[in-house]
Design a protein around this ligand. Structure first.
Ligand code: UD1
Ligand code: CA
Length: 452
């Protein structure tokens, strides 16, 4: 198979975001926009991915280096247009020969099928493949000028277009593919003799045609190629992603009574026959397995919820929360980096951090795993079928043995033996009739004060 590479353009300023965070690092569906493009490139089988950054975009460079290594960065300085941006990646791809796709770092929702379709066009002999869409409001988009046989004659930027060309609503998404050597040869010949004084990537289409090549446009939905320039468009991209996820999950067999109130991340995994009540938010890294129920107003991230579990309402699962089959976690319980064994319960008001709760254990209301001394974190273990009475503090590191009981209101600082009982609280003192004599005495005192 022909080798594949991608160049992701991310050297633009993104001033309209009005943000100290570079535009392409703003998240959609819980993942930085540039990572959507990186992931798409990898999913399309690109063995090389180059991200074109501005010299000032240090945090973008750092971000990309972390996942792809510093060889994946090309610097464009100064930014002289999209064509110039792609050329900036030429050196980095010197040793690469194969098909090249250009993606934008600010266009996160492109489906894999669209990129595959472009590569297919190259496979069928096209010099350049361009991803287009029917625009509701073509505005400033480049117009795709096609001939009756469906071939692409040219891309005309709005600023250069005649009124006839402006009437065309088939627009350029910016995603484009060509063989790498062809792409760079054509780009070397692009000039900046145009309205913006920029080197337009889009000019390669006319150049390829004048060389006797054939260019092809592939169509996709406008929502799939939504580019983000402002927070308004960021919110639109988010809404579009959420709508797509909800629809996919409903079709997959997930029950949602108010899907428009449930929010997912790019990697949320929900199996069929899961029920999601209204107002649930999924941060990254969550799996919920068949038969589980997530009740209203719960927030989950980095958590794995097994079948037949019931969580919520008002539960917070943080990274490392692992709930095994049939576990129950109820209202106002926070779980972090803790396994809750099969059938175990923590039904009300608890903090379970850095712990391990055995199967069948019962964690009473108000239980706290005291996992932190201001410096380090420690582990709390609660054994199989153990019973922790309400309002207990388990001061880690500590182990409650299998089948053991902890009396309500205990502050447990020492390990409790299996099947033992630990009670660690002040002993109760009793005085018969004390309340009656107290009331009589105080009433008399109050009466004397009133007279005086
Ligand atoms: C570009 C296309 C237009 C298309 C539109 C789709 C060109 C000439 N025009 O226009 O046909 O309809 O996208 O959104 O290609 N960038 C750089 N360096 C630069 C310039 C841009 O890295 O010097 C990056 C930007 O960060 C952005 C992308 O390239 O991610 C597109 O740049 P932008 O200026 O938004 O292009 P448009 O004028 O919108
Ligand atoms: Ca743009």
């Amino acid at each position: 198979m022909t080798k594949r590479a991608a160049v992701i353009l991310a050297a633009g300023q993104g001033t309209r975001m009005r943000s100290s965070l570079p535009k392409v690092l703003h998240p959609v569906g819980g993942r930085a926009m540039v990572d959507w493009s990186v992931d798409l490139a990898k999913a399309a089988g690109c063995e090389r991915v180059i991200v074109v950054c501005s010299p000032a975009g240090v945090s973008v460079q750092d971000h990309v280096s972390e996942s792809l290594g510093s060889n994946a960065i090309a610097i464009q300085d100064p930014p002289l247009g999209t064509g110039h941006a792609v050329l900036s990646a030429k050196d980095a791809l010197q040793d690469f020969e194969g098909d090249l796709v250009v993606l934008y770092g600010d266009t996160p929702l492109i489906p894999l099928s669209a990129v595959e379709a472009l590569f297919d066009e190259l496979g069928h002999g096209a010099s350049v493949g361009v991803l287009g869409f029917e625009a509701k409001d073509p505005g400033a988009y480049g117009r795709l000028i096609t001939s009756p046989d469906g071939d692409l004659d040219a891309i005309v930027e709005a600023k250069e277009a005649t009124s006839e060309q402006l009437a065309v609503s088939f627009c350029n998404s910016g995603v484009m593919a060509a063989k790498s050597d062809m792409m760079f040869d054509l780009l070397d010949r692009v000039t900046n003799d145009n309205a913006k004084g920029e080197y337009y990537l889009t000019d390669i289409v006319e150049l390829a045609n004048s060389d006797g090549g054939r260019c092809r446009a592939v169509a996709c939905d406008e929502a799939d190629v939504l580019g983000v320039n402002s927070r308004v468009e960021l919110a639109e991209a988010e809404a579009s992603f959420q709508a797509k996820m909800r629809h996919e999950l409903l079709l997959k067999g997930v029950t949602m009574t108010a899907p428009e109130t449930v929010f997912f991340s790019y990697d949320t995994q929900i199996e069929n026959d899961v029920t999601l009540e209204p107002n649930v938010v999924f941060g990254p890294g969550v799996t919920v397995r068949s038969g589980a129920k997530v009740r209203a107003f719960s927030h989950l991230e980095g958590a794995d919820v097994a079948g037949d579990c019931e969580i919520g309402p008002y539960v917070r699962l943080r990274p490392g929360a692992v709930l095994e089959t049939g576990a129950k976690v109820g209202n106002f319980v926070e779980v972090k980096n803790t396994r809750i064994g099969a059938g175990a319960k923590a039904n009300h008001l608890a903090y379970l951090g850095d712990g391990d709760v055995g199967a069948g254990a019962n964690i009473g209301a108000g239980t706290i795993f005291c996992n932190y001394d201001g410096f380090l974190k420690y582990k709390t273990k609660v054994g199989t079928n153990a019973f922790v009475g309400s309002n207990s503090s388990l001061v880690a590191p500590v182990t409650i043995g299998d089948g053991a009981f902890v009396g309500s209101g205990s502050v447990i600082t020492k390990d409790v033996e299996p099947n033992g009982l630990a009670v660690a609280r002040g002993r109760q003192m009793q005085k018969a009739g004390w309340a009656t004599s107290f009331r009589d005495k105080m009433a008399a005192v109050k009466a004397t004060k009133k007279k005086g």
